[in-house]
Design a protein around this ligand. Sequence first.
Ligand SMILES: CC(C)(COP(=O)(O)OP(=O)(O)OC[C@H]1O[C@@H](n2cnc3c(N)ncnc32)[C@H](O)[C@@H]1OP(=O)(O)O)[C@@H](O)C(=O)NCCC(=O)NCCS
Length: 195
Amino acid sequence: MIIRKYNENDNLGWVRCRVLAFLDSAYFDNVLREKEKYQNPAIELVAEVNHKIVGLLDLEYELEIGIVGYKTDELTGVIWHLAVLPEYRNQGIATALLNEAMKLLTNTNVKIIQAWTRDDKWVIDWYLRRGFILSEESSYLHVYAEDEECDYICDAKIKNLFVCSSFNHYIGPDKELIKRTFKRVHTCNLFELNK
Ligand SMILES: CC(C)(COP(=O)(O)OP(=O)(O)OC[C@H]1O[C@@H](n2cnc3c(N)ncnc32)[C@H](O)[C@@H]1OP(=O)(O)O)[C@@H](O)C(=O)NCCC(=O)NCCS
């Protein structure tokens, strides 16, 4: 297994790895057809085994406070994508990707690393075991509404157009009400690590 920088020829392998790695997670339907490109400097790494991309990590970082990070007063980098194919997990690949990213960050003035996850306990535990701290006050809800659940949210303003499905963020205090009202609700957690 080698950890190396992403290059343009990796797009298809990157997308396949990300889709397959997210299928058994709470992000199962968050499908990308192309790798994201970043406006700010980014560390884009892949883990390769026998010419196949089996893991990936994208971390975008800011040169000016507040451009990339969420509510910090230090220069921040955000892990936007971290994934390892199911059959290659528990071999230390994600840890190796994170370690390499941290090594590359030593050449920058970034002081805080942030990562957003949903409510997969095994992923939350992975971040906690690597020293990340959960920022409870920044957590909010991802709410999926289907069919009649959409009626609680909005009335369509166009005649004969019906809202059948929607994805929503809930940042208010009554999380229990939202969880009772909608079938598919995820807690979106912010993790932070001081470099
Ligand atoms: C979270 C995720 C990236 C972790 O990937 P991974 O490569 O399995 O992670 P690691 O192997 O580094 O760590 C997993 C465990 O294996 C252990 N491990 C490390 N080397 C090992 C080895 N050689 N053999 C067996 N286990 C090993 C680690 O100690 C770790 O256990 P710990 O967390 O109790 O310390 C992966 O589960 C995943 O892709 N999840 C779905 C996508 C997702 O939700 N991404 C995050 C949101 S962006």
